[in-house]
Design a protein around this ligand. Sequence first.
Ligand SMILES: C[S@@+](CC[C@H](N)C(=O)[O-])C[C@H]1O[C@@H](n2cnc3c(N)ncnc32)[C@H](O)[C@@H]1O
Length: 270
Amino acid sequence: MAAQNQPDWDNLAEKFDLWLPHIAPVGEALLASLVVNPGDKILDVASGTGEPALTLARRNPHAKITGTDAASGMVRAAQNKVKTERLENIDFTATPAEQLQFEDASFDIVLCRFGLMLFEDPQQGLKEMYRVLKPGGQLALAVWSTAENMTTMYWAYEVFKNRLSEEDQPALAKVTSLGAAGALEDLLDQAGFTEFNIQRNSFDYQFQTFEEYWDIIEASDIMKQQFDALPEGERDNVRDEVARFARDFQGENGLRIPHEYILAYGTKQL
Ligand SMILES: C[S@@+](CC[C@H](N)C(=O)[O-])C[C@H]1O[C@@H](n2cnc3c(N)ncnc32)[C@H](O)[C@@H]1O
């Protein structure tokens, strides 16, 4: 049963891969914030269909990487990639972030891209990351910024706000729930992290045309819950309204849509 306030990750697993090239810059920034040593044990929490853990595994054959995600469909998709590529230093398991099945202080590095803000209990998830990290170990996280600065999410809020009932709105609100100034810092403090850096970074979703963007929105099922809840005949109106927003971002290089995220990285105190 899918959580009401999230996309149905189990059922959209492979389709999520359509987004991977578009969020790759965030994975690169996360990995650039880490120092990986041979033999390191690394945990990617809410690892989805496997990124950025798989990239880490390819680049660091002497590190031992584990990915965990609450949705078994996502885990299966990630595990299929491990088999196809015959990677021997990585595996994936289905575990909710709030109850990690690992010993205290068992990882040198813990990372999480675009997972934390979606957890049912982000505070408990972050406490678990702290618990399984060795003293002196490194943490790197990425969460989305506010809706105003996550442009396509702003479009979604605008087009759905007068068309959907209250109960179909939380799925959108959750995505940007840690974007406000200080929200992530507070969570990190409460989980026990005292030494961390926070950066607000921006990158562009890049498409040639609006149609290319909209094809991915539809094909990935990322907003299926919202589309299914729309009144009869409204889907085309929603598309047209989003297309009008997108016009401001269309230039001679194609469609360039800026998105801000927050990168947090640091160490667990010795
Ligand atoms: C936006 S996807 C990101 C996946 C991957 N980290 C990436 O960047 O490609 C969010 C993921 O968080 C997972 N997730 C949501 N709530 C979770 C929880 N409480 N515990 C573990 N994973 C969770 C979902 O199943 C989904 O795979």
